[in-house]
Design a protein around this ligand. Structure first.
Ligand code: ADP
Ligand code: MG
Length: 273
């Protein structure tokens, strides 16, 4: 099933300067799509259009079979959850449990059920020991984990991460990436749209969409993009570490396949010594 269908979408903040130009994109249920592109190319604008925070100039956005318009917007927002880049701006509750409960409160859920859900989702993101902690006790990575619990407790069909790891240190970033990986395994139907600057992160997706100056210039599997040095140079992209390593080892004469992991390559090099 197609979860998100975008047809001939155009958007500009100011007349005369189009920000998104004729965007066409289809995302399947359960797919993990990374959207990459230079600063200012329109990634966040695209997210805001998908959840109806901005109103398109022309084209169509269909979420879970519903065409986005004034009548469907509330229904669509129930299906889409978004995590933004700044962990501090998203923490609303006084404690972790309050914060997660806050995401549920509008839904008239009985108190008992709410307590169970808060615990369940805090556990999913590995924050069960921090339920009564205030945000000042938490690291950036921990706050983003809570933001992801806030998003998931609403049981969305689609999770959008808009540079959700960009303000985190390497450890915090790694925490979130393993969490996303775990969520994907637990719930194969969850569609993930991950907007990122980080090429290592983009490499984790099933598919990469490359935006350049408001246009989709490429959509393909991550390994297809990163093996193509012409595209890499043309769009000034960096190359994930694993792909660089594979290439270097192949040049040195090792029999490396594109699927070989870091561990496998390490073993191979050690054995050849
Ligand atoms: N509220 C706004 N008003 C006017 N222009 C904006 C606004 N927000 C973003 N822009 C412009 O739209 C373009 C795309 O921005 P954005 O979608 O935030 O890019 P990205 O997320 O890829 O960095 C940029 O040129 C940016 O300056
Ligand atoms: Mg952005």
């Amino acid at each position: 099933m197609k979860n998100v269908v975008i047809k001939n979408l155009n958007y500009s903040y100011n007349e005369n300067t189009p920000v998104l130009k004729n965007i066409n994109l289809e995302i399947n249920q359960g797919e993990y799509v990374s959207i990459v592109g230079q600063n200012g190319c329109g990634k966040s604008t695209l997210c805001k259009l998908i959840i109806g925070l901005l109103e398109k100039d022309s084209g169509e956005i269909i979420v879970n079979g519903l065409s986005l318009n004034k009548d469907s917007i509330q229904e669509i927002r129930k299906k889409v959850a978004i995590v933004f880049q700044n962990p501090d701006n998203q923490f609303i509750g006084a404690t972790v449990e309050d914060d997660i409960a806050f995401s549920l409160e509008n839904n008239n859920i009985p108190r008992e059920k709410m307590i169970t859900l808060v615990k369940e989702y805090a556990t999913k993101v590995g924050m069960e020991d921090f339920l009564t902690k205030e945000p000042s006790y938490l690291s950036g990575g921990q706050k983003q984990r809570v933001a992801i619990a806030d998003a998931l407790v609403r049981n969305p069909e689609i999770l959008i991460l808009d540079e959700a790891t960009s303000m985190l240190d390497p450890a915090g970033k790694q925490e979130i990436l393993s969490l996303v990986n775990k969520m994907k395994l637990e719930n194969p139907n969850l569609t993930i749209i991950s907007i990122t600057h980080d090429i290592e992160e983009a490499y984790l997706g099933d598919r990469i969409v490359l935006l350049n100056e408001g246009e989709i210039v490429l959509t393909c599997r991550p390994d297809e993009l990163f093996k193509n040095s012409e595209l890499i140079n043309q769009y000034n992209l960096s190359v994930p570490f694993i792909v660089q390593l594979q290439k270097k080892c192949q040049e040195l004469g090792y029999q490396i396949n594109d699927e070989d992991t870091l561990e496998k390559i390490g073993e191979m090099i050690c054995q050849s010594k």
